[in-house]
Design a protein around this ligand. Sequence first.
Ligand code: SAM
Length: 304
Amino acid sequence: SAQQSDQHQLPRYVRVNTLMTTVEDVMDCMKRDGFTYLGQAVRLDNLNLKGKNFVRDLHLPELLAFSPKTDFHDHFLYKAGHIILQDKASCLPAHLLNPPPGSHVLDACAAPGNKTSHLAAIMKNKGRLFAFDLDAKRLATMSTLLLRAGVTCHQLANQDFLKVDPDCPQYKDVEYILLDPSCSGSGMMCLRDNAPADEEKEEARLASLASFQLRCLNHGLRFPRLKRLVYSTCSIHRQENEEVIAACLKENPGFRLVRLLPQWPERGLEPLSQCLRASVTTTLTHGFFVALLEKHKDAERVKN
Ligand code: SAM
Protein backbone atom coordinates (compact mmCIF):
# COMPACT_ATOMS: atom_id res chain seq x y z
CA SER A 1 0.00 0.00 0.00
CA ALA A 2 0.97 3.64 -0.25
CA GLN A 3 1.50 3.90 3.49
CA GLN A 4 3.69 0.84 3.62
CA SER A 5 5.85 2.24 0.89
CA ASP A 6 5.99 5.51 2.86
CA GLN A 7 7.43 3.56 5.74
CA HIS A 8 10.14 2.16 3.50
CA GLN A 9 11.02 5.69 2.50
CA LEU A 10 11.91 6.70 6.05
CA PRO A 11 15.62 6.89 6.81
CA ARG A 12 16.90 4.28 9.26
CA TYR A 13 18.06 6.09 12.34
CA VAL A 14 20.75 4.81 14.66
CA ARG A 15 21.20 6.39 18.08
CA VAL A 16 24.71 5.96 19.41
CA ASN A 17 24.62 4.82 23.02
CA THR A 18 27.21 7.13 24.56
CA LEU A 19 27.25 5.02 27.74
CA MET A 20 29.06 2.30 25.77
CA THR A 21 30.88 4.03 22.92
CA THR A 22 31.31 7.30 21.00
CA VAL A 23 29.81 8.61 17.79
CA GLU A 24 33.30 8.61 16.25
CA ASP A 25 33.91 4.93 17.07
CA VAL A 26 30.56 3.88 15.61
CA MET A 27 31.20 5.92 12.46
CA ASP A 28 34.64 4.32 12.05
CA CYS A 29 33.12 0.90 12.44
CA MET A 30 30.46 1.66 9.83
CA LYS A 31 33.10 2.90 7.40
CA ARG A 32 35.05 -0.35 7.88
CA ASP A 33 31.78 -2.17 7.12
CA GLY A 34 31.67 -0.49 3.70
CA PHE A 35 29.39 2.48 4.48
CA THR A 36 30.25 5.92 3.10
CA TYR A 37 30.06 8.92 5.42
CA LEU A 38 28.71 12.03 3.70
CA GLY A 39 29.25 14.44 6.62
CA GLN A 40 26.76 16.09 8.92
CA ALA A 41 23.38 16.87 7.38
CA VAL A 42 22.67 20.59 7.07
CA ARG A 43 19.15 20.28 5.62
CA LEU A 44 16.42 17.71 6.18
CA ASP A 45 16.75 16.73 2.55
CA ASN A 46 20.27 15.41 3.29
CA LEU A 47 18.59 12.58 5.23
CA ASN A 48 17.19 11.12 2.01
CA LEU A 49 19.98 8.61 1.50
CA LYS A 50 20.73 5.90 -1.03
CA GLY A 51 22.63 2.62 -0.83
CA LYS A 52 25.39 2.51 1.75
CA ASN A 53 25.60 6.25 2.42
CA PHE A 54 25.11 7.70 5.88
CA VAL A 55 25.15 11.10 7.60
CA ARG A 56 25.07 12.59 11.05
CA ASP A 57 21.71 14.13 11.88
CA LEU A 58 21.28 17.91 11.90
CA HIS A 59 19.19 18.14 15.09
CA LEU A 60 20.38 15.34 17.37
CA PRO A 61 24.09 15.01 18.12
CA GLU A 62 24.13 11.24 18.77
CA LEU A 63 22.04 10.25 15.78
CA LEU A 64 23.13 8.76 12.46
CA ALA A 65 20.87 8.31 9.46
CA PHE A 66 21.12 5.52 6.87
CA SER A 67 19.14 4.65 3.76
CA PRO A 68 15.63 3.15 4.17
CA LYS A 69 16.67 -0.41 3.30
CA THR A 70 19.45 -0.67 5.89
CA ASP A 71 18.83 -3.12 8.73
CA PHE A 72 21.07 -3.34 11.78
CA HIS A 73 19.06 -5.81 13.87
CA ASP A 74 21.75 -8.47 13.34
CA HIS A 75 24.68 -6.09 13.69
CA PHE A 76 27.09 -6.77 16.56
CA LEU A 77 26.99 -3.10 17.61
CA TYR A 78 23.24 -3.47 18.14
CA LYS A 79 23.58 -6.78 19.98
CA ALA A 80 26.29 -5.26 22.17
CA GLY A 81 24.12 -2.27 23.11
CA HIS A 82 26.40 0.24 21.40
CA ILE A 83 23.70 1.40 19.02
CA ILE A 84 19.96 1.74 19.61
CA LEU A 85 17.54 1.48 16.69
CA GLN A 86 15.17 4.30 17.46
CA ASP A 87 13.20 6.62 15.22
CA LYS A 88 14.44 10.20 15.20
CA ALA A 89 11.17 11.60 16.55
CA SER A 90 11.29 9.34 19.58
CA CYS A 91 14.77 10.68 20.41
CA LEU A 92 13.33 14.18 20.87
CA PRO A 93 11.76 13.84 24.36
CA ALA A 94 14.92 12.87 26.29
CA HIS A 95 17.06 15.27 24.23
CA LEU A 96 14.72 18.17 25.00
CA LEU A 97 14.26 17.30 28.68
CA ASN A 98 18.07 17.22 28.94
CA PRO A 99 18.44 16.32 32.63
CA PRO A 100 21.94 17.12 33.92
CA PRO A 101 24.17 14.36 35.34
CA GLY A 102 23.38 13.91 39.03
CA SER A 103 19.74 14.96 38.75
CA HIS A 104 16.72 12.94 39.85
CA VAL A 105 14.50 12.00 36.92
CA LEU A 106 11.26 10.05 36.56
CA ASP A 107 10.12 8.12 33.47
CA ALA A 108 6.41 7.58 34.08
CA CYS A 109 5.44 5.07 31.36
CA ALA A 110 8.81 3.67 30.51
CA ALA A 111 8.73 0.23 28.86
CA PRO A 112 10.39 -0.96 26.66
CA GLY A 113 12.80 1.73 27.71
CA ASN A 114 14.39 3.35 24.68
CA LYS A 115 13.77 6.80 26.12
CA THR A 116 14.93 5.64 29.56
CA SER A 117 18.27 4.52 28.16
CA HIS A 118 18.55 7.79 26.26
CA LEU A 119 17.92 9.71 29.52
CA ALA A 120 20.58 7.63 31.29
CA ALA A 121 23.08 8.46 28.52
CA ILE A 122 22.34 12.18 28.85
CA MET A 123 22.76 11.86 32.64
CA LYS A 124 26.02 9.93 32.10
CA ASN A 125 24.57 7.31 34.46
CA LYS A 126 24.84 9.81 37.33
CA GLY A 127 21.86 10.64 39.50
CA ARG A 128 18.67 8.64 39.86
CA LEU A 129 16.26 7.52 37.19
CA PHE A 130 12.94 6.18 38.51
CA ALA A 131 11.09 4.24 35.81
CA PHE A 132 7.56 2.86 36.00
CA ASP A 133 5.40 0.66 33.85
CA LEU A 134 2.13 -1.13 34.42
CA ASP A 135 2.96 -4.06 32.14
CA ALA A 136 5.21 -6.67 33.79
CA LYS A 137 6.12 -8.37 30.51
CA ARG A 138 7.21 -5.13 28.85
CA LEU A 139 9.14 -4.27 31.99
CA ALA A 140 11.02 -7.57 31.82
CA THR A 141 12.06 -6.80 28.23
CA MET A 142 13.08 -3.37 29.38
CA SER A 143 15.27 -4.78 32.12
CA THR A 144 17.22 -6.81 29.53
CA LEU A 145 17.55 -3.83 27.19
CA LEU A 146 18.85 -1.55 29.95
CA LEU A 147 21.39 -4.14 31.04
CA ARG A 148 22.63 -4.46 27.46
CA ALA A 149 22.78 -0.66 27.17
CA GLY A 150 24.93 -0.36 30.30
CA VAL A 151 22.36 1.67 32.23
CA THR A 152 23.01 1.58 35.97
CA CYS A 153 21.34 4.68 37.43
CA HIS A 154 17.79 3.35 37.13
CA GLN A 155 15.26 1.90 39.53
CA LEU A 156 12.44 -0.03 37.82
CA ALA A 157 9.01 -0.52 39.32
CA ASN A 158 6.03 -2.47 38.03
CA GLN A 159 3.60 0.16 39.19
CA ASP A 160 0.71 2.30 38.01
CA PHE A 161 2.20 5.78 37.68
CA LEU A 162 -1.11 7.29 38.78
CA LYS A 163 -0.66 5.52 42.12
CA VAL A 164 2.90 6.70 42.71
CA ASP A 165 2.81 9.13 45.66
CA PRO A 166 4.45 12.45 44.65
CA ASP A 167 5.01 13.27 48.32
CA CYS A 168 6.94 10.07 49.04
CA PRO A 169 10.38 11.10 50.42
CA GLN A 170 12.33 9.16 47.78
CA TYR A 171 10.93 11.45 45.05
CA LYS A 172 11.55 14.69 46.90
CA ASP A 173 14.39 15.70 44.57
CA VAL A 174 12.72 14.74 41.29
CA GLU A 175 13.08 17.79 39.03
CA TYR A 176 12.57 16.18 35.60
CA ILE A 177 9.78 13.95 34.32
CA LEU A 178 9.40 12.22 30.98
CA LEU A 179 5.80 11.24 30.25
CA ASP A 180 5.26 9.08 27.17
CA PRO A 181 1.87 7.50 27.96
CA SER A 182 -0.09 4.92 26.00
CA CYS A 183 -1.68 6.54 22.97
CA SER A 184 -3.54 5.56 19.81
CA GLY A 185 -0.27 5.00 17.94
CA SER A 186 -1.78 6.74 14.94
CA GLY A 187 1.59 8.25 14.00
CA MET A 188 3.26 4.87 13.54
CA MET A 189 3.30 4.13 9.83
CA CYS A 190 3.27 0.38 10.45
CA LEU A 191 0.02 0.58 12.45
CA ARG A 192 -1.82 2.88 10.09
CA ASP A 193 -2.79 0.17 7.65
CA ASN A 194 -5.11 -1.45 10.15
CA ALA A 195 -8.71 -1.09 9.09
CA PRO A 196 -10.03 1.83 11.13
CA ALA A 197 -12.68 0.89 13.68
CA ASP A 198 -16.04 2.57 13.15
CA GLU A 199 -15.87 6.28 13.73
CA GLU A 200 -17.95 6.38 16.88
CA LYS A 201 -15.85 3.69 18.52
CA GLU A 202 -12.68 5.48 17.45
CA GLU A 203 -13.88 8.77 18.98
CA ALA A 204 -14.68 7.01 22.26
CA ARG A 205 -11.27 5.36 22.27
CA LEU A 206 -9.51 8.69 21.70
CA ALA A 207 -11.56 10.36 24.42
CA SER A 208 -10.64 7.66 26.90
CA LEU A 209 -6.94 7.82 25.97
CA ALA A 210 -6.99 11.62 26.25
CA SER A 211 -8.53 11.48 29.70
CA PHE A 212 -5.85 8.98 30.84
CA GLN A 213 -3.11 11.17 29.32
CA LEU A 214 -4.43 14.28 31.08
CA ARG A 215 -4.61 12.44 34.41
CA CYS A 216 -0.99 11.32 33.99
CA LEU A 217 0.07 14.89 33.16
CA ASN A 218 -1.72 16.41 36.13
CA HIS A 219 -0.24 13.72 38.35
CA GLY A 220 3.28 14.40 37.08
CA LEU A 221 2.94 18.10 37.84
CA ARG A 222 2.27 17.28 41.51
CA PHE A 223 5.86 16.25 42.25
CA PRO A 224 6.95 18.98 44.66
CA ARG A 225 10.38 19.86 43.21
CA LEU A 226 9.47 19.41 39.54
CA LYS A 227 11.08 21.90 37.15
CA ARG A 228 10.35 20.42 33.74
CA LEU A 229 8.10 17.76 32.28
CA VAL A 230 8.25 16.54 28.70
CA TYR A 231 5.08 15.02 27.24
CA SER A 232 5.13 12.95 24.07
CA THR A 233 2.90 10.71 22.00
CA CYS A 234 3.21 8.85 18.70
CA SER A 235 -0.28 10.07 17.82
CA ILE A 236 -1.30 12.52 15.13
CA HIS A 237 -4.63 13.34 16.80
CA ARG A 238 -5.20 16.79 18.26
CA GLN A 239 -7.31 15.18 21.03
CA GLU A 240 -4.24 13.36 22.43
CA ASN A 241 -1.80 16.19 21.81
CA GLU A 242 -2.63 19.92 21.79
CA GLU A 243 -6.02 19.40 23.48
CA VAL A 244 -4.47 17.46 26.39
CA ILE A 245 -1.78 20.13 26.84
CA ALA A 246 -4.28 22.99 26.64
CA ALA A 247 -6.51 21.37 29.27
CA CYS A 248 -3.51 20.73 31.51
CA LEU A 249 -2.27 24.34 31.27
CA LYS A 250 -5.73 25.55 32.18
CA GLU A 251 -5.74 23.38 35.30
CA ASN A 252 -2.11 24.18 36.24
CA PRO A 253 -1.48 27.92 35.90
CA GLY A 254 1.92 27.52 37.61
CA PHE A 255 3.30 25.92 34.42
CA ARG A 256 4.03 27.28 30.97
CA LEU A 257 5.13 25.84 27.62
CA VAL A 258 8.75 26.11 26.53
CA ARG A 259 9.31 27.02 22.88
CA LEU A 260 11.13 24.01 21.40
CA LEU A 261 13.78 23.90 18.64
CA PRO A 262 12.99 27.09 16.68
CA GLN A 263 14.57 25.54 13.58
CA TRP A 264 12.24 22.48 13.66
CA PRO A 265 9.90 22.73 10.65
CA GLU A 266 6.69 21.21 12.02
CA ARG A 267 4.96 22.92 14.97
CA GLY A 268 2.12 22.09 17.33
CA LEU A 269 -1.28 23.07 15.93
CA GLU A 270 -2.21 26.70 16.68
CA PRO A 271 -2.09 28.23 19.13
CA LEU A 272 0.43 25.74 20.63
CA SER A 273 3.27 26.44 18.21
CA GLN A 274 5.79 26.12 21.08
CA CYS A 275 5.26 22.34 20.77
CA LEU A 276 6.66 20.09 18.04
CA ARG A 277 5.01 17.75 15.63
CA ALA A 278 6.73 15.26 13.38
CA SER A 279 5.60 13.39 10.28
CA VAL A 280 6.80 11.28 7.40
CA THR A 281 6.40 14.06 4.86
CA THR A 282 7.75 17.06 6.79
CA THR A 283 10.40 15.68 9.15
CA LEU A 284 11.16 12.20 7.68
CA THR A 285 10.07 10.45 10.87
CA HIS A 286 7.02 8.70 12.24
CA GLY A 287 4.15 10.93 13.34
CA PHE A 288 4.90 12.34 16.78
CA PHE A 289 4.12 15.15 19.23
CA VAL A 290 6.28 16.71 21.97
CA ALA A 291 5.51 19.42 24.55
CA LEU A 292 7.77 20.71 27.31
CA LEU A 293 6.18 22.19 30.43
CA GLU A 294 8.21 24.31 32.81
CA LYS A 295 7.31 25.57 36.25
CA HIS A 296 7.18 29.35 36.47
CA LYS A 297 10.15 30.82 38.32
CA ASP A 298 7.73 32.18 40.86
CA ALA A 299 4.69 29.97 40.59
CA GLU A 300 3.02 31.61 43.60
CA ARG A 301 2.72 34.97 41.90
CA VAL A 302 0.80 33.56 38.97
CA LYS A 303 -2.89 34.27 39.17
CA ASN A 304 -5.48 32.29 37.30
N1 SAM B 1 8.62 5.36 26.74
C1 SAM B 1 8.66 4.02 26.16
C2 SAM B 1 9.88 3.92 25.28
O1 SAM B 1 10.36 4.94 24.79
O2 SAM B 1 10.39 2.80 25.07
C3 SAM B 1 7.36 3.69 25.43
C4 SAM B 1 6.14 3.84 26.32
S1 SAM B 1 4.61 3.26 25.60
C5 SAM B 1 4.18 4.55 24.53
C6 SAM B 1 3.48 3.47 26.94
C7 SAM B 1 3.69 2.55 28.13
O3 SAM B 1 2.84 2.98 29.19
C8 SAM B 1 3.33 1.09 27.90
O4 SAM B 1 4.46 0.29 28.11
C9 SAM B 1 2.25 0.79 28.96
O5 SAM B 1 2.39 -0.49 29.54
C10 SAM B 1 2.52 1.86 29.98
N2 SAM B 1 1.39 2.25 30.85
C11 SAM B 1 0.07 2.34 30.55
N3 SAM B 1 -0.63 2.80 31.61
C12 SAM B 1 0.26 3.01 32.60
C13 SAM B 1 0.16 3.46 33.95
N4 SAM B 1 -1.03 3.81 34.48
N5 SAM B 1 1.29 3.55 34.70
C14 SAM B 1 2.48 3.22 34.16
N6 SAM B 1 2.64 2.77 32.91
C15 SAM B 1 1.54 2.66 32.14
